[in-house]
Design a protein around this ligand. Sequence first.
Ligand code: SAM
Length: 248
Amino acid sequence: MLDYDKEADAYDASRGGEPRARAAADAVLGLIPAHTGRLLDLACGTGIVTRRLASARPGLRVTGADLTYGMARMAAARLPGAIVLADSRRLPFADGTFDAVTSVWLLHLLDDAQDVRGVVAECARVLRPGGVYVTTVDKAAAHDVGSDIDEVLAGRPRRAARDAAVLVEEYAAQCGLLPAGPARFLGHGQGRSPRRTAADLGRGWFTMLPPGDPLTERFAAHLAALPDQDRPRADPVFSLRSFRKPAG
Ligand SMILES: C[S@@+](CC[C@H](N)C(=O)[O-])C[C@H]1O[C@@H](n2cnc3c(N)ncnc32)[C@H](O)[C@@H]1O
């Protein structure tokens, strides 16, 4: 996983800023029932999405939680008193506390299937009966938009997708959560340019290609040979899934 303490300052600008946050929050809210009261936003990061969830509806009381101090500190500046430092694998909340739990861009970061299963189980535990869990799935696959950059990177070693929809649906079912619908949002500003992709390679963004590795250098050289070095290719479209905890 990236060092999010180091990412924090540049995070919002490099992840599509407010347009991406608006698209993500709108799509998440579309899956959250109108009467929802308490919502927990896991891996809230800098709070750029969380703040939009919190201001969307008068009745929505939002808590954000994140593992990384640097990210949570920025979220706390946006939502004073509403942010906790917490590991999603062991949530510091009682059973049935929330009407909704959300996790945008968390599950793909987790180390192994056990962790993803554990997070989904924690979400199910802290949801009240009738509550809803909304999460992104298939994050890495969304970045493949069929561009010349994707062609160059096609042969790279890939980490198994921890957040594959089929797996998340399986873990959710094991916790008694029922499928409640999909949604999608546009990753504004997330389209890759060759130069930016090479820079991301160099700082370990693609975790299976360590910076300095000869294979990394080879991919960087191929990227450097592509035209329009600073022209972003198409923005990715990210997927959400929602699940409902049966009432009673
Ligand atoms: C890609 S950011 C997403 C932030 C935010 N949801 C957004 O859409 O802008 C991932 C966040 O997950 C947090 N994170 C990673 N592992 C975590 C865990 N086990 N529990 C809670 N947060 C975690 C990181 O600190 C980081 O802030």
